[in-house]
Each structure stands twice: as C-alpha cells, then as structure tokens.
Design a protein around this ligand. Structure first.
Ligand SMILES: [Fe+2]
Ligand SMILES: [Fe+2]
Length: 314
C-alpha cells in the first residue's frame, strides 16, 4: 500500500489516468467493473496531494445508454472528488446505443454534466490544467470500432497543438485509439492473433496517417490511448518484440493503457485495474504505471533502464 505521491518535489501537475472501465449492466457480474472503477477512484481520492485530473480514455461504458451511465454515476457518487477535474472522453463503446449514435452522445453529455460538472459542446474538447493543454478527441460518427475524426476535428487538433506547444510546453492528447500499427497493433488488438488481420485493426483507422502527420509537426506531444486491452509491456517487449506500452517516435511519446476492467492480453503483465499517473514538472514529464487495485506503484514491468516509469525532458 502507498498513497499516490509525486516522484520528485515541485510537481506542477499530477493526474490519474484509466481506460476502458466498461461499466456494463449486461456483465455477468455488473458490480465487478464498478468495483474496479471505484478502486481507481479511491486511489486517486486518497492521493497524498490532490490530483489535478482524473481521466478515463474512453469505453467508460460498454454501451452508452442511461443505465450504464447511471451505474457509472453511482461509482462517482461514492467518490465525487477524485481530482480537481474529471474528464471522460468518448470511446467506441460509449457511442453505441440501441437508439443510435445521436442518442449515445446525448446520454454521454448528460452523464458528463452530472459527473464532471459541465458537458462539452462537442465530442472533442480541450482544457487548461495548471497552464498545460490537455486535448481530448472523440468520434463524431459511428462506424464501429474505429473513430470518425473528420477534417474539422483534425484541423482543430492542429490548432490546439500549435497554441499549446508555442512556448515550448508539452501538450497531452487523449484519444481512445492509438495510431495504426503502434503498440504491437494489429496483432495486439486481439487475444487470438490472426495471420491476415487488417493492418488498421485496433487503431484509429483510415485517418491514422493524417493524425500522425499533425502529431509529428510539433515538439513535446504526449499521446495516450486505450482500446486494445493490451496488458502493460515495458522495455523487455520493446527489445524482444519491437513494441511496448511506452513508445517514442519522431519526438511523439505514445502510451497505451490496459483495460481497467476486462481481461487484458498480449502484454508482459495482463493484470487489470491498473493505469497511469502522469506527473508534469518544469522541465520533464514522468509517466508511472499504477496498481489501482492494491494502491501501489506497478513495478512488475520495467519501463526504461530498469526503472518502473517513463521519463522525458521537454
Ligand atoms: Fe474497450
Ligand atoms: Fe474501445
């Protein structure tokens, strides 16, 4: 046991990040994903220093209807202030609803208003967290597993990155899916790899190249995704298999989170109820795997140079 506390002194921002909590009334035991979300919420709530943000990178629900969002709200009622701000961007499952995509977005906006205090006007939005820009992307249409980002959102992202990085500061992008082919995709998109799997499987899909081109235009971009339900992989997998949950490419740092609730696969360690703590300092960023279930740092996967965390100067 041990409360969340910054690795170094003078931490400017500290955030708890989870993904794919999959709250689901149709789960064989609906209380289980709720319990696992509540473990993440209690870990954040009990942090030594008040967390600046609590973020779930999509698939908060397994189906975006009022019943599942109601179960989600119940968890947050028990822990209403896990951080100064709460952000719940969309995942593909959150856009699925028996009455269609528009109805799912309505349910999401209602729940976000209740849980976070205000509903975003669009499926994508940004926030200033202690002077750092956090960018939350979301699908503007339903095509299944992959998002529709659209030209308007991509142009908006370009502007957000330009403004947020203008003075040399890092920007933090949260999008449910990773760019195609990273973090071992497409094979790590499934527990049962297939020889002729679509190269875009588990990723952003058709708009991945356009997204990557924008991310790579700027220095100090940190990009967080979930979706594939891949267990945490560190430097051993990077060395032996060429992929990790913690990757860097042309100056962009890419992080992929396991599912908080569902059976993870393809990783060095496939535990659930784990996530990340993001710490921003004056000159560097630290990203630390966290065991929400046991309320400890997750040291089972060496990330860099034998250390259980990622660190990068900006
Ligand atoms: Fe998911
Ligand atoms: Fe997903």
């Amino acid at each position: 046991m041990g409360k969340i506390r910054p690795l170094y002194d003078n931490c400017l921002v500290s955030c708890v990040i989870a993904a794919d909590t999959h709250i689901d009334i149709k789960h064989p035991q609906p209380w289980l994903p709720q319990l696992l979300l509540k473990r993440a919420l209690s870990d954040s709530t009990n942090a030594r220093t008040k967390q600046d943000a609590f973020i779930i990178i999509g698939d908060t629900t397994s189906r975006g209807d009022d019943v599942n969002w109601g179960l989600t709200e119940d968890c947050f009622k028990k822990y209403p202030a896990p951080a100064k701000e709460i952000f719940l961007p969309l995942g593909n499952h959150d856009t699925w609803n028996d009455d269609g995509y528009d109805s799912a977005i309505d349910c999401w906006r209602r729940a976000v208003k209740t849980i976070c205090g205000k509903a975003p006007e669009r499926q994508y939005f940004s926030a200033d967290v202690n002077g750092f820009r956090f960018v939350f992307m979301g699908s503007v249409g339903d095509v299944g597993d992959m998002p529709v980002l659209g030209e308007e959102q991509l142009a908006w992202l370009d502007g957000e990155l330009a403004a947020g990085t203008a003075d040399g500061r890092p920007v933090f992008v949260f999008n449910h899916q990773s760019p195609n082919g990273r973090h071992g995709l497409p094979q790590t998109a499934t527990a049962h790899p297939e020889p002729d799997i679509d190269p875009a499987e588990g990723g952003v899909g058709e708009e991945s190249d356009a997204l990557e081109a924008i991310l790579k235009k700027y220095r100090n971009v940190f990009y967080f995704s979930g979706h594939s339900h891949m267990g945490f992989c560190g430097e051993r997998f990077l060395r032996e298999r060429g992929f990790s949950s913690f990757e860097e490419e042309d100056g962009v740092a890419l992080f992929n989170l396991p599912s908080n609730a569902c059976g993870n696969h393809s990783g060095e360690n496939n535990r659930n109820c784990v996530g990340l703590v993001l710490e921003i300092y004056k000159d560097n960023v630290v990203v630390r795997p966290r065991d929400f279930l046991l309320h400890t740092w997750f040291g089972k996967v060496p990330v860099r140079d034998g250390k259980p965390y990622f660190e990068k100067e900006y």
